[in-house]
Design a protein around this ligand. Structure first.
Ligand code: THU
Length: 137
């Protein structure tokens, strides 16, 4: 992906934050998944009174993308978040989301860029660098 594409995908992730249901943590996360066919799928964290029943934004978006377009590879994921005060936060995916990303790499046989909001800015990492020694691989 090029710089312009990173920034465009991150902009969509920042918009996706509005879909968060984060009444317990007050930490609202949005994710945008770019697919090889050009489609962009969004997700936001969804919490639940029974805490483990909720799901991170990254997995909401990735699972939706992979179930809607099962044969289409992921080419990028952007993640953004707002803290309880509403300010843009820095975000890095949790371990479970990293394991899911590792499986997405394996499933489609290609690595992808992960664009992580860092306050008002961002950094870019390769998905494969996020989780060394993933389970089962
Ligand atoms: N969360 C995400 O959606 N993505 C991350 O990368 C880290 C954490 C969510 C889970 C929970 O709803 C809230 O943020 C606070 O942990």
């Amino acid at each position: 992906m090029e710089k312009q594409e990173h920034e465009a995908l991150l902009k969509i992730a920042r918009m996706a934050v509005e879909g968060a249901y984060s009444v317990y943590s007050r930490f609202s996360v949005g994710a945008a998944v770019l697919l090889e066919n050009g489609e962009v799928v969004r997700g936001a964290n969804q919490e639940n009174m029974a805490y483990p029943s909720g799901l991170c934004a990254e997995r909401v978006a990735l699972f939706y993308a992979c179930s809607t377009y099962p044969g289409v590879a992921v080419t990028g994921v952007a993640v953004a978040a707002r803290d309880a005060s509403g300010a843009w936060a820095s975000i890095t995916p949790c371990g479970a989301c990293r394991q899911v990303m590792a499986e997405v790499i394996r499933r489609y046989g290609r690595d992808f860029d992960v664009i992580l909001a860092d306050g008002e800015g961002y950094k870019v990492v390769r998905a494969s660098d996020l989780l060394p020694f993933p389970f089962g691989m």
